[in-house]
Design a protein around this ligand. Structure first.
Ligand SMILES: Nc1ncnc2c1ncn2[C@@H]1O[C@H](COP(=O)(O)OP(=O)(O)O)[C@@H](O)[C@H]1O
Ligand SMILES: [Mg+2]
Length: 187
């Protein structure tokens, strides 16, 4: 029940964000700390569904210019989708690392959410970021649309790889410093 209530709040958050996307409040943030906070909530939610969450954080700190509340929501959205994709339980992982600058882009923070759930049908891969696209039988489908908008507001991106029956991997790339913006969105 607690879980359900929390999920309701979470969905309401997405709806509020969607109907009136707030101007992001950018401050200097350590993404390792932001992730740390989301991990607590997600581990609890996973536990309530008999799911194990693993997390590997391969950076001591990962500074970027970002909106803490929006980035937290992005992490929750991806984590919640991972949990919901594993009705028979299992393990999903939420990892963070930093990527050094190279010729194509500046320094990046990479967050990867990998589950071993139901996966995504190839014909749906193009649709999952559309508002109100959902395969969950209820009127929802805002989580990824919002998450995509949040990544864009941070001049980053989200990618997905999935095969039906083999789970899904969502990868979020965010510029670690301002000034790396164009390079990333053009990649
Ligand atoms: N980790 C995942 N595994 C399998 N399918 C996923 C995953 N994440 C998202 N999807 C698919 O994308 C759709 C849209 O996701 P989302 O925007 O979060 O809406 P919702 O979760 O409310 O359905 C989901 O209904 C599901 O079909
Ligand atoms: Mg969702």
């Amino acid at each position: 029940m607690l879980g359900a209530v929390r999920t309701m709040h979470h969905l309401l958050d997405n709806f509020m964000t969607f109907s009136r996307f707030p101007l992001p409040r950018m401050t200097e943030l350590d993404m390792v700390a932001v992730l740390g906070k989301s991990l607590e909530t997600l581990r609890e939610m996973a536990g309530e569904h008999g799911i194990l969450m693993e997390s590997r954080i391969e950076a001591e700190q990962a500074y970027l210019l970002g909106d803490q509340a929006l980035l937290g929501q992005l992490l929750l959205n991806l984590g919640l989708n991972a949990i919901e994709s594993m009705p028979v339980g299992g393990t999903f992982s939420l990892n963070l690392r930093t990527l050094p600058p190279d010729r194509a882009h500046g320094a990046l923070v990479e967050i990867r959410v990998q589950d071993c759930g139901e996966g995504i049908a190839p014909e749906n891969l193009r649709k999952i970021f559309d508002p109100f696209f959902s395969t969950k039988g209820r009127t929802r489908g805002l989580g990824l649309a919002i998450s995509h908008a949040i990544a864009e507001a941070h001049h980053g991106l989200i990618e997905v790889e999935s095969e039906p029956g083999r789970g899904a991997t969502f990868r979020v790339l965010l510029p670690a410093e301002s000034g790396t913006v164009q390079e990333i969105s053009r990649k």
